[in-house]
Write a protein that binds this ligand. Sequence first.
Ligand SMILES: [Zn+2]
Length: 230
Amino acid sequence: MNTNNTKQPSKFARFLRNNAALLLLIFCVLAITAVVLAVTLSRSKPDVVPDNPVTGNPDDNTPGAVTPDDDKPNTPSTQKVNVYFDKPLNYSKVGLDYTYGPDNLFVYKATLNEWSAHKAVDLHADEGTEVTAMYDGTVIKADKSFANGYFVVVDHGEGVVATYASLADLEVTAGDSVKKGDVLGYISTTAQCEYKEGPHLHLEVTENGTAVNPMPYVNGEKYRTIEVAA
Ligand SMILES: [Zn+2]
């Protein structure tokens, strides 16, 4: 037994000694393989990380990214712009001023030979001067009355309605859409209540049904902020 015990280790020891080079080679191959595997796996991991966003993008593009992609171009492709009201004509002077309101100031109307409120401004110009829309809108009335002569009422939106009166040769009819600068008619003395003032535009503006001073509109102080394509 003792001899067997001593023989077996000696056999194993001899085997190790005889094949040391082979065992070392096998160990080296295994070690190199392990290192190569480790490096390959560690490299493939970073590859997977960028792969995920890459595979994620097509996923986003299919269902979700269409909306973000549309939103992203929309945000820079539209911009907010202030569009100002513009004076309705090249006027030489303001005649009768706006006198309606808390001040309750009255003006003298030569034609009627009386003092009364003037819920408008009279913008004087030569007869035949073009009168244009101060802003985009819809013509809600184009008619003639004794007091106002030929007049055009334009709904400029957001509760703002302007009456362009004492005109001649109306260029629009009710229902027409007008753009800022479109000709509505021409300066005249058709407003019988004011003909003694001379040729002028009698301009009234109401905001939600209440008369306001038209001059901030005429002076281009009023504007709307709209979104337009960039
Ligand atoms: Zn007037």
